[in-house]
Design a protein around this ligand. Structure first.
Ligand code: FER
Length: 184
């Protein structure tokens, strides 16, 4: 499935954006949990235009630079809504290369295993503190408590889920390191 298609339709739901604006969204917030290559975005915009889900007007920037400003069509709005309301089965477990190494841990010495897990713990702790930072920024930017009707509710959802995942990862790594270090 072309999930990028829906990410672009979703970004356009609030108003017109250029291809450059869309590329920037993938470099910022959205790109934190849904990456897309610059090279994929423009072909997808062309395809969505051909399919009638989006349309563009040509805007002049400065004296001669033209840029296409995209908006959702009625059919694009319906397509986005159909995807958002569709109930999917849970996808197969996301591949985590570290877990594959964990599975084969008996091929390592205890020292090597502790070293590998310690490295992973430090990196996961860094990621967690990064997420904590974004979460604090989000909460501080609100002028009302978060609720379903907040414009930032979606950002809140992906951030709180990522935080729980990383907290869980860190706790697990710490527990396992304690077990590995206690064995003689
Ligand atoms: C953010 C929004 C989402 C962010 C991170 C995420 C660091 C999600 C990350 C993940 O699922 O790993 O603003 O900032």
């Amino acid at each position: 499935m072309r999930i990028l298609k829906y990410a672009i339709l979703g970004l356009l739901r609030k108003g017109e954006l250029s291809g450059y604006d869309i590329t920037n969204y993938f470099k910022e917030e959205l790109g934190q949990f849904w990456s897309a290559k610059h090279s994929q975005i423009y072909p997808e915009l062309k395809k969505l235009t051909d399919e009638g889900f989006i349309e563009f007007r040509t805007a002049i920037q400065g004296t001669r630079l033209e840029k296409k400003m995209y908006t959702l069509t009625e059919s694009g709005e319906q397509e986005l809504h159909a995807w958002l309301t569709k109930k999917d089965p849970i996808p197969e477990t996301v591949k985590d290369e570290f877990m594959l190494k964990a599975y084969f841990i008996s091929s390592l010495t205890q020292e090597e295993a502790v070293d590998l897990f310690t490295d992973q713990l430090l990196k996961r702790q860094l990621k967690l503190s990064d997420l904590q930072h974004s979460y604090n920024e989000l909460i501080e930017s609100l002028d009302q408590p978060i609720s379903f009707s907040s414009p930032d509710f979606g950002h809140y959802l992906v951030l709180t889920k990522a935080l729980e995942r990383e907290k869980n990862y860190v706790t697990w790594l710490e527990d396992i390191l304690a077990v590995m270090k206690n064995q003689q």
